[in-house]
Design a protein around this ligand. Structure first.
Ligand code: FE
Length: 352
């Protein structure tokens, strides 16, 4: 009897033991993860993500694509989307994605404390839909030989007849321009913005084409006298190893417009929690991590931008060379809300 009982016990304990062994790998397999859809692709981001995993144990799975591809993918995946965090560049795109219901608003004391109110979405009852983590300015570049610096001090100068035949831009409907025009709409109102757009079209040296870097090169070559660019494209060329790039930037002057009035237009790269995030807590943790001083420096430097968190200084020689400037203070969320109106005005002005 005794032996049978003991055998039974031993059998039970063996089953129990096997059960525990079988359960253990399952527990390990449920590691903490975060699925990140990013429109940013910079080498320094690798270190950023590695540091987050080191600090939290949360592994990051990345899907890298451009902004348009990322949003299309998110929409087609719908509620089955594995995305937890979305990183996008440009306030216009963030605003649009928010309004298409692609984000899950967040309530985070830390983010609200650290990210300035004008550099995040307008808060609703459910929380804030997105937060800016770096800023870039949209500046005027001019040919130092053909253009007088005094003639390009303000965005308004781009529409002034004194600059006829000199202005070049990328497409008016590119998000960088839409955001700038949305900001101008806020400062100038509908009628004056329409006038301004018509004036810019009338001053063009050529039809809108290419990206910001192409505009800088065309200004250096003299094909254009004046153009608009985001600061990081300039900084990238200033820091380039290629002598050709540095020769280009030496030929162009840079103006931070509207220093005597409302300040230079700034845009953001920002992040949000995806509407159907399966790892919401990890997603919020990641956004909070991006607002930490060490992550801010990395995130901003990855694309030669400025950190959004006050008091965090970038260690970037190209940005330092550009100096300090006065930024406009209107909320970037307002800029997004103006874009529909701006698109109608672009059509009226014949701005391609
Ligand atoms: Fe860009």
């Amino acid at each position: 009897m005794r032996s049978i009982v003991s055998r039974r016990f031993s059998l039970k304990s063996t089953v129990l033991g096997l059960g525990l062994l079988a359960a253990a790998p399952t527990l390990w397999a449920q590691e903490q993860v975060l699925n990140l859809y990013s429109a940013r692709h910079y080498q320094t981001d690798e270190a950023l993500y590695a540091n987050f995993t080191k600090a939290t144990g949360i592994k990051i799975n990345r899907v890298d694509t451009d902004d348009a591809g990322l949003l299309a993918r998110l929409k087609s995946e719908g509620s089955a989307s594995p995305a937890d965090v979305i990183l996008l560049v440009d306030a216009a795109r963030l605003w649009q994605a928010e309004n298409e219901g692609l984000f899950l608003p967040v309530k985070s004391e830390l983010l609200e404390q650290r990210i300035p109110v004008n550099l995040r979405a307008k808060a609703g009852a459910q929380g804030t839909a997105w937060f800016g983590f770096s800023t870039r300015a949209r500046v005027i570049v001019y040919n130092k030989i053909n253009v007088n610096k005094a003639d390009v001090q303000n965005y308004q100068d781009l529409a002034d007849p004194k600059n006829k035949g000199k202005v070049c831009t990328r497409s008016g409907s590119h998000p960088y321009n839409l955001s700038l025009f949305g900001a101008l709409y806020e400062h100038l109102g509908a009628a004056q913005t329409e006038q301004w757009l018509k004036g810019v079209v009338g001053n063009m040296a050529r039809e809108p084409k290419g990206g910001d870097t192409d505009q800088i090169k065309a200004v250096a070559s003299g094909e254009c006298g004046i153009a608009l660019t985001n600061t990081y494209y300039l900084a990238r060329m200033m820091r380039s190893n290629k002598p050709d790039d540095r020769a280009v930037v030496e030929k162009v002057g840079v103006v931070f417009p509207n220093q005597q009035s409302w300040g230079t237009h700034v845009n953001i790269a920002g992040g949000a929690v995806a509407r159907h995030a399966k790892n919401r807590d990890n997603a919020v943790k990641f956004l909070e991590y991006l607002s930490s001083p060490e992550a801010q420096v990395y995130f901003a430097n990855g694309n030669n931008e400025w950190p959004t968190v006050p008091g965090v200084k970038p260690s970037n020689p190209a940005l330092e060379a550009m100096g300090n400037f006065k930024m406009e203070t209107i909320p970037v969320s307002t800029v997004g809300a103006n874009i529909g109106k701006v698109q109608q005005l672009l059509d009226k002005a014949g701005y391609k």
